[in-house]
Design a protein around this ligand. Structure first.
Ligand SMILES: *Cc1c(COP(=O)(O)O)cnc(C)c1O
Length: 387
């Protein structure tokens, strides 16, 4: 009797249905399934953050409607983080806004700047929200392929002149989910130049800036001179502090872009719970050793899994970033077929690359967010696979 709106009907089909069905079937058969599909950290939120939240719960100030744009103290903690980590100065009052998780901001942002029919440049493979937020705003996604021969960075020169002229936003995400590819400052410089030339907003998703396992820390696009003229960066506490359930993030950068997003949010939500923001302040002030401990865990897991996969002849994309492995499926398989074999023959769930877009075909993604013992078990099972 009630039909979904056209905007819901045009959403891309759910590609994981078959995989979910297989997983349920295996579990029903009593198979001990190891799920390396979802990118949700398995470790708990560090204690000092939880303690700060407990204390904040008792504060009656936090029981009222929160501020739309977020507590100034939280935004100041974000500004301190940018200064310390990237050497970037931000005005907490005008250049930072608190988000209910960065996904919320990413999904809402196009509503502020995209009119029906406007083009939004969306990378592929990618986090699906860039495309979906575009569709919800009535915009038209234009696919920018991320190819291994370009280290999974977009080739700006291949974007046709007329498309660039009509584009409103370009989405980027480095360190990248799903490919794990890092950004370079040189790429950010070229992108800012390109965006200034065509008057395009650069929306950068930097959720994985603190998840690195080598010695080079990934930069922020806001480090580039002139970036604040065109760019807004979305960030999150989810991955750095194991806080996916808390729903806290922020957007930072160009004042007008931050204000536009704020205007949308003022009309659809009432801000994040004050106690969660107090916990966020504690997180951002955590000693760096705490985050380093987390990086040590991912470092070890990455090594275990890469070795197991290479032992059976699989080609893992080499990267010191994110907690994902991006792997080529063996010759003769599609992504879905190979991921199907992994669940059927090893009881291991992974994400097929085409789930992130057509240019993800030929790859699959492993998330290193299960306890290390389980990962060792998965590595053993993989080593016994006959390809
Ligand atoms: C996990 C993730 C986020 C963070 O989402 P939150 O809503 O802040 O939990 C954003 N972008 C990408 C690409 C992610 O993988």
């Amino acid at each position: 009797m009630f039909e979904f709106s056209d905007r819901l009907k045009v959403l891309p089909p759910y590609l994981f249905a078959e995989l979910d069905r297989k997983k349920e079937e295996k579990i029903a058969q009593g198979v001990d399934v190891i799920d390396l599909g979802v990118g949700d950290p398995d470790l708990p939120t560090p204690k000092p953050i939880v303690e700060a939240a407990k204390k904040a719960l008792e504060n009656p100030e936090n029981h009222k409607y929160p501020s739309y744009v977020g507590k100034l103290e939280f935004r100041k903690a974000v500004a301190d983080f940018y200064k310390r980590r990237f050497g970037v100065e931000l005005d907490p009052k005008t250049e930072i806004i608190t988000l209910i998780g960065s996904k919320e901001g990413i999904a809402h942002f196009p509503l502020a700047f995209v009119n029906p029919g406007d083009i939004v440049l969306c990378p592929d493979p990618a986090y699906p929200v860039y495309k979906i937020g575009t569709i919800f705003a009535g915009g038209t996604p234009y696919i920018v392929p991320l190819k291994e021969e370009n280290n999974f960075l977009p080739d700006l020169e291949s974007i046709p002149e007329d498309v660039a002229k009509k584009a409103k936003i370009i989405w980027i995400n480095y360190p990248n989910n799903p490919t794990s590819a890092p950004p370079t400052l040189d790429f950010y410089k070229k992108l800012v130049e390109w965006a200034r030339e065509y008057n395009v907003i650069v929306a950068s998703d930097n959720a994985y800036s603190e998840i690195y396992t080598g010695s080079e820390k990934p930069p922020s696009i806001l480090q580039v001179e002139g970036a604040k003229d065109v760019a807004i960066e979305f960030h999150s506490l989810s991955k750095t502090y194991n806080m996916t359930g808390w729903r806290l993030g922020w957007a930072a950068g160009n004042k007008e872009l931050v204000a536009g997003l704020g205007k949308v949010k003022t009309n659809v939500d009432s801000g994040q719970f004050g106690a969660v923001q107090d916990a966020g302040i504690a997180a951002l002030n955590l000693p760096e050793e705490e985050v380093e401990k987390l990086r040590d865990v991912y470092r070890e897991r990455k090594k275990i899994m890469t070795e197991a996969l290479e032992k059976i002849g699989l080609q893992v994309y080499k990267s010191d970033y994110t907690f994902y492995l991006w792997i080529k499926v063996p010759e003769g398989y599609t992504s879905s077929e190979f991921v199907g074999r992994l669940i059927d023959e090893a009881g291991i769930v992974c994400t097929p690359g085409n789930g992130f877009g057509e240019y993800g075909e030929g790859y699959f993604r492993i998330s290193l967010t299960v306890p290390t013992e389980r990962l060792l078990e998965a590595a053993e099972r993989i080593k016994n696979l006959k390809l």
